[in-house]
Design a protein around this ligand. Sequence first.
Ligand SMILES: [Zn+2]
Ligand SMILES: [Zn+2]
Length: 187
Amino acid sequence: MLIGRTGYCADFIIYAVLLFALVAFTPRGSQSDRLIWLGAAIAGTGSWTLVEYLMHRFVFHRMPLIADLHHAHHAAPRAYLATPTWLTLPILGGLFFLPIWRLFTLNIAFGALSGLIIGWLWYGIVHHVIHHRRPRRLAIALKAASHRHLRHHFAYGSGNFGVTTPMWDHVFGTNISSRERAKDIAL
Ligand SMILES: [Zn+2]
Ligand SMILES: [Zn+2]
């Protein structure tokens, strides 16, 4: 969805503020509660990488309507196209926070939500830097991720769905290596 520069930047700010509030104000009680919170946050960040892969592969590239919007991103990678915060927040709450709270505890749900938000923010930053090439230092540091994601853009929807990590592409056999890309050009 075209959300404009303001909506695009606001998403980063809202999630950063929410993360800060979660870290600062979640009551965690004893030391074991704090360790459980930390474990849930690490698990949440790790789980995000799989969520990112599945979302990109099956929702962005296959779901009617959303696939059209994502196709627009492939066609104009620098346009301010993104999922608006008012849509991602209820999804995050309904699909992750509430079920985790119901299954476990509020402390674990807050920890897992914080971890998922860290993953979401990092994904947004990496994806932005890949296409906008700024900040320069980070763009250089993310060179491998950039090349990998640009191979995804070139071979629309056939692989390299992971943006922050290639791990799940290797696990599910959707990795497009630089050699394969070179082979494509040579053909
Ligand atoms: Zn992209
Ligand atoms: Zn894509």
